[in-house]
Design a protein around this ligand. Structure first.
Ligand code: NAI
Ligand code: MG
Length: 356
C-alpha cells in the first residue's frame, strides 16, 4: 500500500487555523479507510520565520519539498513583512521551480449557501483552468527615465506555443475526464493582436484533437458579464494568467466568497509535487479569532486527494462539506452563521464519519 508523503505549510494568519481543520479531515479518512495512508511533515516557513532568519524558507527549502508527493499550503502574509517578499520568496518559487503550470480553480455552488451571498438560483459548477507559469505575469520589461515626465514603463506578456499548448491540452483532458461538453477560451485577440492571436491559434489546434468537446471563444469583457448573467452555462474555462486570476475571484464571489474557494497548482507530469491552497490569503483582520471558514482549505485538501488518485475520498469530503452548508447550523460568520472555525471543521469530520 502506498503511503503518501505530504508537506504541510500552514503559513501565517488564518493559515494555521484552517490547516488544523484540514488535517483533522485527512486524519479521519486515514482512520476510517485503511487503504489510505499518509505521512505529513509540517514546515513553519512563514513571516515569523522570515523575521528570524531573513528569508521565507531555508536555502535548501525547495530541495526538501521536492521529495514529497504533494504540498498542502495555508496562506501567507503578515503586516510586518512586505507582501511581495512573502509571495515572491515562498509561493512563487514553489510554483515556478516545480513547473506547476496549471492553476485549477473549481467554482461550484454548494447547497444551502444563504441567498444573500450568491447571485443565482440555478446550479453553478464550472472550472477555471488558469495558465500559471507565463503570460502577463512575467518579469520581462523595465522602466526608463524614472521620475521624469518622459518616464516609460514596459511590461511584456509572454505567450509561448509550448506553454499555451500544454495548458490547452490540460483543459481538454480535464473536460473529457470529468464529463464536461465544452471548453471556453477566454481571450482578447481582437485588441491584443500578437500574443492573444497565438493563444487562440494554439487552442484551436488542440481543440481539433478533441472532436467530442466543443470549443467556445469569448472575449474576456463579455465573458465577465456572462459570469454574472448566466454562470450556469459555464463549464471548463481556459484562461491566461491575468484573465484567469480575475475570473477566479469573480467566480468565487458568485458562489459564496473566498472562505469556500479552493485551488490547485498542478505539475501534470508528476515530475514535481503539486501544491494545494485556498484562494484566500492570511486574512489578518480575522486571524486568531476563530472566525475563518475552513471550507476552502478542506476543499483544497480534497483536490490534493483527487490529484493523488483518490477521487473516492475527495468526493466524500465534498459531500460532507455540502451536508454542512445544507444543514446550515454550523456556519462561520462569512456565511451568516456564528460557529467557530473548529466547530465547522468538526462538523465536517462528523459528516465524513456518517458517510463512510
Ligand atoms: P484575504 O484573502 O486574506 O482577505 C480578504 C477578505 O476575505 C478579508 O476580509 C478576510 O477576512 C476575508 N477572508 C479571507 N479568507 C477567509 C476565510 N477563510 N473565512 C472568512 N473570511 C475570509 O486577502 P487580503 O486581505 O487582500 O490579504 C491579506 C494578506 O494575505 C496579504 O498579506 C496578502 O499578500 C496575503 N495573500 C496571500 C495569498 C496566498 O497565500 N496565496 C493570497 C492572497 C493574499
Ligand atoms: Mg488572485
Amino acid at each position: 500500500m502506498r503511503e503518501f508523503r505530504i508537506a504541510v505549510l500552514p503559513g501565517d494568519g488564518i493559515g494555521p487555523e484552517v490547516m488544523n481543520e484540514a488535517l483533522k479531515v485527512l486524519r479521519i479518512l486515514k482512520d476510517k479507510d485503511y487503504t489510505f495512508q499518509f505521512h505529513a511533515d509540517m514546515f513553519l516557513w512563514n513571516s515569523e520565520y522570515y523575521l528570524q532568519h531573513g528569508r521565507m524558507m531555508p536555502e535548501n527549502g525547495l530541495d526538501i519539498l521536492k521529495n514529497y508527493d504533494a504540498i498542502l499550503f495555508g496562506a501567507i502574509g503578515d503586516p510586518r513583512v512586505p507582501d511581495d517578499i512573502s509571495v515572491w520568496e515562498l509561493i512563487m518559487p514553489i510554483r515556478k521551480r516545480f513547473c506547476q503550470y496549471v492553476n485549477l480553480r473549481p467554482v461550484k455552488k454548494l447547497k444551502g449557501i444563504p441567498e444573500q451571498f450568491i447571485h443565482q438560483e440555478r446550479p453553478i459548477n464550472f472550472v477555471i483552468v488558469r495558465e500559471n507559469a507565463e503570460g502577463e505575469y512575467s518579469n520581462s520589461g523595465g522602466r526608463i527615465y524614472q521620475g521624469t515626465d518622459q518616464e516609460i514603463a514596459v511590461q511584456n506578456t509572454i505567450i509561448t506555443r509550448k506553454g499555451t499548448e500544454r495548458i490547452a491540452r490540460y483543459a481538454f483532458q480535464y473536460a473529457k475526464k470529468h464529463g464536461y461538453q465544452k471548453v471556453i477560451n477566454a481571450t482578447k485577440s481582437n485588441a491584443v493582436v500578437h500574443s492573444m492571436k497565438l493563444w487562440d491559434e494554439v487552442i484551436e489546434h488542440v481543440a481539433s484533437e478533441y472532436p467530442d468537446i466543443q470549443l467556445e471563444k469569448y472575449y474576456i469583457d463579455a465573458l465577465a458579464a456572462y459570469f454574472v448573467q448566466r454562470p450556469d452555462t459555464l463549464q471548463v474555462i481556459v484562461a491566461s494568467n491575468l484573465f484567469g486570476d480575475i475570473l477566479s475571484d469573480l467566480g468565487s464571489a458568485l458562489v459564496g466568497g473566498l472562505g469556500i474557494s479552493p485551488s490547485a497548482n498542478i505539475n501534470p507530469e508528476g515530475v514535481f509535487p503539486s501544491m494545494f491552497e485556498p484562494v484566500h490569503g492570511s486574512a489578518p483582520d480575522i486571524a486568531g479569532k476563530g472566525k475563518a471558514n475552513p471550507i476552502a482549505q478542506i476543499w483544497s485538501a480534497a483536490l490534493m486527494l483527487q490529484s493523488l488518485g483518490r477521487e473516492d475520498l475527495a468526493s466524500i469530503i465534498l459531500k460532507a462539506i455540502e451536508k454542512v452548508t445544507e444543514h446550515g447550523e454550523k456556519l462561520t460568520e462569512d456565511l451568516g452563521g456564528n460557529s467557530t472555525t473548529a466547530e465547522m471543521g468538526e462538523e465536517i469530520v462528523r459528516q465524513i464519519v456518517k458517510i463512510m
